[in-house]
Design a protein around this ligand. Sequence first.
Ligand SMILES: CC(C)(COP(=O)(O)OP(=O)(O)OC[C@H]1O[C@@H](n2cnc3c(N)ncnc32)[C@H](O)[C@@H]1OP(=O)(O)O)[C@@H](O)C(=O)NCCC(=O)NCCS
Length: 169
Amino acid sequence: MTTWTARPETTSDIAAIRDINLAAFPTSGEADIVDALRADPKAWIDGLSMVTEGSDGTLTGHALLTRCHVDGAPALALAPCAVRPSAQRTGAGSAAIRAALDAARSLGENLVLVLGHPEYYPRFGFTPASRFGIRAPFDVPDEAMMAMALDDTRPVPTGTIRYPAAFGV
Ligand SMILES: CC(C)(COP(=O)(O)OP(=O)(O)OC[C@H]1O[C@@H](n2cnc3c(N)ncnc32)[C@H](O)[C@@H]1OP(=O)(O)O)[C@@H](O)C(=O)NCCC(=O)NCCS
């Protein structure tokens, strides 16, 4: 089993992060979104773009949390998550996601939204966003739009998600 180290991105990681997203997805769409999010001070939060590296220092995984809103209240969007195909299903994605969620909790963030594989994200604590009274701003299968509260003693806003402009939705 590979041991992955997760840490926040630094300036020197930016090209490798683009490369990971280009390799993980069929088009450059996600890589372009990451770059647009990084250029948007209203969306980007330093410390919440996580990379995973192997023991030789090669970057293999990336998970990104950026600012979104639910009914005007701040929340975080987890997107995209990407791992180089050669390293998929070896824990690199999970390591990046868990580190990003831990960092968000340390910053005092609470609500996190993710649109993605309903077989994958529940392991981190995500459940259908509809259970929180939260809706995507577009049609999506109920089980694919997920939410979690990092501190479940705190209230969570209800309503429709407003994504950063970079997502184009
Ligand atoms: C999805 C992704 C980020 C997961 O990262 P990873 O490092 O490959 O996954 P991990 O090793 O942390 O976790 C492995 C588990 O994830 C599951 N998994 C991986 N990709 C999956 C997928 N596309 N759909 C459902 N489950 C998936 C595996 O079945 C495995 O489950 P198990 O632990 O029950 O056996 C990565 O596979 C990836 O980049 N995929 C292509 C891009 C993508 O689809 N990104 C997500 C957009 S929502």
